[in-house]
Design a protein around this ligand. Structure first.
Ligand code: FMN
Length: 175
């Protein structure tokens, strides 16, 4: 799929997934896309774990308490380390956001569905930390987002975006 097609085709999918496994080769391409993202001062604060072991992905899925996300046959877990970039500045949030978007575009380009699941796992119940513990992630590394990966079993919805003219201009604000 062409890059611009993938950018506009990407959407947050919240339907059930088909059980068909995602080949390792595809998971590696998605992981590499995440790692190829830019990072502030090249600190490379983001790392990733792909989960394709059926029992493990099911276990993580039950922690999510969402039948839709939990039905995915694979997932990419996004990890971050809060490294200082320079002085007291950190860019780890920007770093992992760029990595996630790259991963989502790769997922879309390969014909799979996903959703950036961050709010759900970083709320007060700390599902992300519980998942990190299951995956053996050390305490100083945070699991900040979960990207289910798989083929759509349902239609799914597409949100409406505001018109171009309401959010983008040339040569000045609202010109
Ligand atoms: C930082 C961030 C956190 C998100 N967390 C969740 C989440 O926990 N659960 C969820 O269903 N969607 C989550 N999303 C997806 C957004 O709801 C979604 O991107 C938005 O509704 C726009 O829809 P689109 O992705 O289809 O363009 C998150 C997106 C971002 C950028």
């Amino acid at each position: 799929m062409d890059l611009f097609e993938a950018i506009s085709a990407r959407r947050s999918y919240r339907g059930m997934y088909k059980p068909d496994p995602v080949p390792r080769e595809h998971l590696r391409m998605i992981m590499q896309a995440a790692l190829d993202a830019p990072s502030g001062c090249n600190k490379q604060t983001t790392s990733v774990i792909a989960v394709d072991d059926p029992a493990l992905v099911k276990h993580l899925g039950t922690m999510l308490e969402r039948d839709d996300f939990a039905s995915a046959p694979a997932a990419i877990c996004i990890l971050t380390e809060r490294k200082i970039a320079y002085r007291d500045r950190t860019f780890y949030i920007q770093d992992y956001s760029a990595a996630i978007q790259n991963a989502l575009l790769a997922i879309t380009g390969l014909g799979y569905e996903s959703c950036w699941v961050e709010g759900h796992i970083t709320d007060a119940d700390q599902i992300g930390r519980q998942m990190a513990d299951v995956l053996g992630v050390p305490e100083h590394i945070e699991l900040v987002a979960y990207l289910p990966v798989g083929l759509a079993a349902e239609e799914g919805n597409r949100v409406r975006k505001l018109p171009f003219e309401e959010r983008a201009w040339f040569n000045g604000y609202r010109l």
